[in-house]
Ligand binder design. Structure first.
Ligand SMILES: C[S@@+](CC[C@H](N)C(=O)[O-])C[C@H]1O[C@@H](n2cnc3c(N)ncnc32)[C@H](O)[C@@H]1O
Length: 290
């Protein structure tokens, strides 16, 4: 396990090829994370510049350290991409590599993982007040069940929510994982831990991830120059469905990927996280209806 924000950039070869990086282009990395994808883009040519966003202060600091050699070719902002306003700036390409980074998961104190005992936090942006513990300890059983079902596709959502409400207050990740395990009607046969879907659902709810994604899909095409490309990497079907239809239905975009691009066997072997990654690309049309 690594405790750094170094991150193996998922689907990077396909992403760079799909963006058709211009040697004098200006790019927006809406989820800079550890700066893995950004460093590959910046390394292509010395006149490339980049705007880097992340809502997580620790990720941004890690990206700043990683991309230090590029100096003022990179501008960093701690921003949720849903709240970003580029003003009159227009980009040759936009990249969003969604969700949580392995660095966030590997830091127990952030509360994303049930593998280590830690406070139930899960905020990507620590300036926000609502934590996973707040949600778990104050939402009604129905609200919790809805979160687990809608954002985790958890079929035992009601049983789990009832058990949580009966055993509150719940403060730590491992306490919650144990309660989820106890709420299961039988010993699960699948290889993933039964708390995986509940943790994914809580994380999505705490960070309002799907709302942010919908806003990005609606607004970001107008941040592109004509001919500019947008590339989005998603990690679960709730995201991918939104990306697929968001790109397809936007009046100013032409979809470049009929089917999503996925990792090959070699990448999956080297980086298991890439197993569920899906990359979709679209191009801004110049007959803009803006
Ligand atoms: C999968 S990681 C990105 C890794 C990055 N591509 C790299 O190569 O290092 C996702 C990052 O997006 C950030 N993030 C997620 N949702 C965001 C949002 N709505 N606005 C800004 N940043 C977000 C997370 O904090 C995390 O650092």
């Amino acid at each position: 396990m690594t405790l750094t924000f170094e991150h193996i950039p998922v689907l990077s070869r396909q992403l760079i090829a799909g963006l058709e990086i211009r040697p004098d282009g200006h790019y927006l990395d809406a989820t800079v994370g550890g700066g893995g994808h950004s460093s590959l883009i910046l390394a292509i040519a010395p006149a490339i510049t980049l705007t880097a966003l992340d809502q997580d202060q620790q990720a941004l600091a890690a990206a700043q350290a990683h991309l230090q050699e590029y100096g003022d070719r990179v501008q960093f902002y701690q921003h949720n991409f849903a709240d970003y306003d580029p003003g009159s700036l227009r980009f040759d390409g936009i990249l969003a590599d969604l969700g949580v980074s392995s660095a966030q998961i590997d830091r127990p104190e952030r509360g994303f993982s049930f593998r280590q005992e830690a406070p139930l936090d899960m905020r990507m942006d620590q300036r926000r007040s609502l934590t996973a513990a707040d949600l778990i300890n104050t939402a009604s059983a129905t609200e919790l069940a809805d979160i687990f079902y809608q954002f985790g596709e958890e079929r035992f959502s009601r049983r789990i929510a009832a058990r949580i409400v009966a055993q509150r207050p719940i403060q730590t990740t491992t306490q919650l994982a144990q309660i989820v395990l106890q709420a299961m009607p039988h010993r699960p046969r699948q290889s993933i831990h039964p708390a995986t879907r509940v943790f994914q659902a809580l994380r999505i709810a705490v960070n309002q991830e799907l709302l942010a994604l919908d806003t990005l899909l609606e607004r970001s095409p107008s941040w592109l120059k004509p001919g500019g490309k947008i590339a989005i990497i998603s990690f679960h079907s709730l995201e991918d469905r939104r990306v697929k239809f968001g790109l397809r239905n936007h009046p100013n975009l032409k979809v470049l990927t009929k089917k999503p691009i996925v990792a090959d066997a070699a990448e999956i072997a080297a980086n298991p996280r890439s197993r569920s990654a899906k990359l979709r690309l679209a191009e801004r049309q110049d007959d803009s209806k803006e």
